[in-house]
Ligand binder design. Structure first.
Ligand SMILES: Nc1nc2c(c(=O)[nH]1)N[C@H]1C(S)=C(S)[C@@H](COP(=O)(O)OP(=O)(O)OC[C@H]3O[C@@H](n4cnc5c(=O)[nH]c(N)nc54)[C@H](O)[C@@H]3O)O[C@H]1N2
Ligand SMILES: Nc1nc2c(c(=O)[nH]1)N[C@H]1C(S)=C(S)[C@@H](COP(=O)(O)OP(=O)(O)OC[C@H]3O[C@@H](n4cnc5c(=O)[nH]c(N)nc54)[C@H](O)[C@@H]3O)O[C@H]1N2
Ligand code: SF4
Ligand SMILES: [Mo]
Length: 724
């Protein structure tokens, strides 16, 4: 038997931790942390260490499935399934036009870097705008709308390693391994936090829960959920009143500081303390600590971005960075400008707002909601907003979605408003999923295409290229050949494109051969044309590496193109007014205080959204998403630890396992999403085994955010009841 060791990286989540896989013949035997890696230093987490079990799990799909007339699934050859799917798509296309054909590319579609460029190329060739991803139910304000409205700084924001202070709002990177530059780096986050603290960095964490990050912060503001806009408005108010901002930077690069300041008048420390349930002195201390810098960043995670007024929250976060001048200036060296794309000049100037990013194809639900421009590694890309995809499926008329291709996502559990999502998925003429197991959504599909898993395919660190704080990259070659009749996600789009006679082109610039299937390397090469380090060099190196590329120095402004960031775009005054109104009256749909608790979302260590609960080591740590509640609240409600309760909102109810946790602020229920089953009640008696779905507690159209339609997926008013 030939045993070999192969350097690779984990793609269970987007932290891409380097691993050494032990392989016997074509069989994975073990994965271990790659302790030689200069960035990660051997960091991995409990999920990534289960890649062997995931690959060979009995529930793993090693082939594709087709639904039969009696509702059961039969195995079908993948190529034959693709033929049949293409025929059905052509028929739908002929009858309903291109917009009727949609794809939803979920979280795991991001973990295969070729998926999005090929999926987008397929949509462009089809002329179908119905391109959806999980980004628009995640943090659309952060990745597009905020920049479109305010503009950004061409030289970039301060990063973690160069910061003296970090204001971290609802982002728990120690568990989620997720942040944008400025937050705790996702790659070995515990080390990054330790190093930051060692060099004297101050950390302010805003979270209704004493999260893993909060418990290591210098100042934890245990805020009432959904009040981040009020807090940020208050912090900015203090900074401007006390003249702690960078007046020179503001004078040169910012527009509308005065009306912005005037609009914040009501957000005094006393008002903010009352609405956020924080101490007045802590709020003032946080404002002064952040403003003292001299370098630093404020950043958010999903907590506030899923809560009320996410566009406003994002605008205020960008504003607090801008007024404090938290940006690299001319002559300063950037820690990393990426290695996988050509180097664009970094200029010390404001790039003005991009109002055209807020226009584009409109949703049929509302003129106010439509394509969201997302700033990706390949430049701005337009996507339709997932929060209202179910309505686009259900609403009759021209453009109604009739076919959905679901890639590495699980809409039945993930989309806001589960009852509507369920009806929508069932109402489709054609639902195709590509997944490694029969997910809750795949159970509703007409065809399920078996997918490869990460160690069965090549990949490259495209997603994370500019998230690293050093010019790092890693090409992972296929570790073991997949055993069954399975394909990669991008292959699904290429194969369907070929059968439909489409010409696919990466970034609309690099055509793909549509006769003979390109290799993964071919696709990656087209995606990285002109990269600072040639792809071949990265491919030929064994493992991840920090590349010796010339320093990137921020260049002086170009007087011909320099602009201003706009602190007070149209509509902002109304948004501040609405946030204050919500704060004054609570977050309930109707008045009356019948729903006194606020349910917030969180991530759990042992699963990645709905990926993972079947893996034995992870399942041993829990097979449900408990409702974490402060023990004093449990006692007051006479609920025992571990008891099954009913959580009711104005939209629905779910069972849940109550778990006392002193980390949680009183009045708050903290619960992970993407658990449970269909909303038909069939899973309700199995809550200890499969958890419950928090999206049953909301309707996606209760508070649709302008532009993105983002639904309120956190800070949901609920009451806790004993069953019966
Ligand atoms: N282990 C694991 N990792 C994951 C995932 C997973 O399911 N499991 N999911 C992945 C995905 S899809 C994403 S998008 C990222 C997200 O990554 P993060 O944004 O870091 O997500 P969370 O870990 O849920 O952290 C959000 C924090 O916000 C807090 N919060 C909730 N409501 C509010 C509020 O109103 N205000 C404030 N200030 N805070 C609030 C929560 O208590 C929580 O601590 O994580 C990714 N990583
Ligand atoms: N109430 C509420 N709702 C939320 C959130 C919240 O915090 N609260 N969070 C939102 C966020 S941030 C997100 S990103 C979405 C998540 O929404 P989704 O991305 O739709 O959900 P996931 O559970 O991540 O779906 C991943 C799917 O990919 C499959 N999979 C795993 N590995 C592979 C692979 O290698 N290849 C393929 N083809 N499939 C694979 C899994 O089996 C699973 O079915 O949910 C959103 N919904
Ligand atoms: S943090 Fe865990 S799941 Fe994510 S890439 Fe690293 S080992 Fe894999
Ligand atoms: Mo997400």
């Amino acid at each position: 038997m030939a045993t070999r060791q192969v350097k690779t990286y984990c793609r269970f989540c987007h932290a891409y931790c380097p691993m050494v896989a032990t392989v016997e013949d074509n069989r994975l035997i073990a994965v271990e942390p790659d302790t030689d890696n200069e960035i990660y230093g051997g960091y991995t987490c409990v999920k990534g260490r289960q890649l062997v079990e995931q690959t060979y799990h009995p529930q793993r799909l090693q082939h594709s499935l087709k639904r039969q007339a009696d509702g059961s699934f039969e195995t079908i050859g993948t190529s034959r399934a693709l033929d049949e799917i293409a025929t059905k798509l052509q028929d739908i296309l002929d009858r309903h036009g291109p917009r009727s054909i949609a794809s939803y590319n979920g979280t795991v579609s991001f973990q295969n870097s070729a998926t999005h460029p090929v999926a987008k190329a397929w949509h462009v060739a089809l002329d179908s705008p119905s391109y959806y991803t999980s980004i628009t139910i995640d943090q659309p304000a952060k990745v597009g709308i905020g920049v479109a409205r305010m503009g950004y700084w061409g030289g970039g924001n301060h990063t973690w390693r160069d910061s003296n202070v970090a204001l971290i709002i609802g982002n728990n990177t120690l568990v989620s391994h997720f942040s944008i530059p400025g937050g705790i780096p996702s790659f070995s986050p515990s080390n990054a936090l330790r190093e930051g603290r060692k060099r004297g960095m101050k950390i302010i964490c805003v979270d209704p829960r004493r999260s893993e990050v909060a418990s290591r912060a210098d100042l934890h503001l245990q805020i009432k959920p959904g009040q981040d806009a009020v807090l940020l408005a208050g912090l900015i108010h203090i900074i401007l009143e006390e003249n702690l901002h960078d007046a020179e930077f503001c004078a040169q690069h910012i527009r509308n500081l005065e009306p912005f300041k005037a609009s914040l008048g009501r957000f005094t420390p006393d008002y903010v303390a009352a609405r956020t349930e924080l101490e007045r002195d802590d709020i003032i201390a946080a404002a002064r600590l952040f403003a003292a810098g001299p370098r630093g960043t404020a950043s958010t995670g999903t907590g506030p971005e899923m809560g009320p007024h996410p566009n406003l929250v994002q605008h205020l976060v960008q504003s607090i960075n801008a007024i404090c001048g938290r940006h690299y200036r001319a002559g300063e060296r950037l820690p990393n400008a990426g290695v996988l794309s050509p180097l664009a000049p970094r200029l010390a100037q404001a790039v003005p707002p991009q109002p055209e990013w807020l226009t584009g194809v409109r949703s049929r639900v509302s003129e106010d909601i439509g394509e969201v421009t997302v700033l990706t590694a390949n430049g701005p890309i337009k996507e339709m907003p997932t929060a209202i995809c179910a309505d686009e499926i259900l609403m009759e008329g021209p453009g109604q979605i009739k076919a959905l291709i679901c890639v590495g996502g699980n809409p039945l559990l993930a989309w806001p408003g589960q009852e509507k999502a369920f009806r929508a998925l069932q109402g489709l003429e054609l639902l195709v999923c590509i997944d490694y197991k029969l997910s809750a959504t795949a159970e509703l599909a007409d065809y399920v295409i078996g997918s490869k898993l990460c160690l069965e395919r090549d990949d490259l660190t495209v997603l994370t290229d500019i998230w690293y704080e050093q010019p790092y990259s890693h090409y992972a070659r296929t570790v073991v050949e997949a055993e069954g009749d399975v394909i990669e996600e991008w292959e699904l789009f290429w194969e369907l494109g070929k059968r439909l006679g489409l010409d696919l082109s990466i970034n609309q610039q690099h055509p793909l051969d549509m006769t003979e299937k390109p290799t993964k390397y071919d696709i990656l090469a087209r995606m990285t044309t002109g990269s600072r380090v040639p792809l071949e060099e990265i491919y030929n190196r064994d493992g991840g590496h920090v590349y010796d590329v010339p320093d990137v120095i921020v260049q002086p402004a170009d007087p011909a193109t320099r602009g201003h960031m706009d602190l007070f775009p149209a509509g902002l005054a109304d948004e501040l007014e609405a946030a204050a109104r919500d704060a004054d009256h609570g977050l309930q749909l109707t008045a009356g205080g019948e729903y006194p608790y606020l349910l917030v979302s969180r991530r759990m260590k042992n699963t990645f959204n709905s990926t993972g609960p079947e893996l034995s080591f992870l399942a041993a740590k829990g097979t449900t998403n408990p409702a974490y509640i402060n023990p004093d609240d449990l006692a007051a409600l006479n609920i025992a630890d571990g008891e099954i309760i009913t959580i009711r909102s104005e939209r629905g109810e779910i069972p849940a396992v109550a778990q006392g946790s002193p980390d949680i602020k009183r009045g708050v229920v903290s619960m992970a999403h993407c658990w449970g089953a269909a909303p038909d009640g069939s899973g309700d008696d199995k809550v200890r085994e499969i958890g419950a779905n928090t999206n049953r507690l909301i309707d996606n159209l209760d508070h649709p955010e302008k532009y993105s339609g983002m639904a309120r997926q956190s800070a949901i008013a609920v009451k806790l009841c004993k069953p019966g």
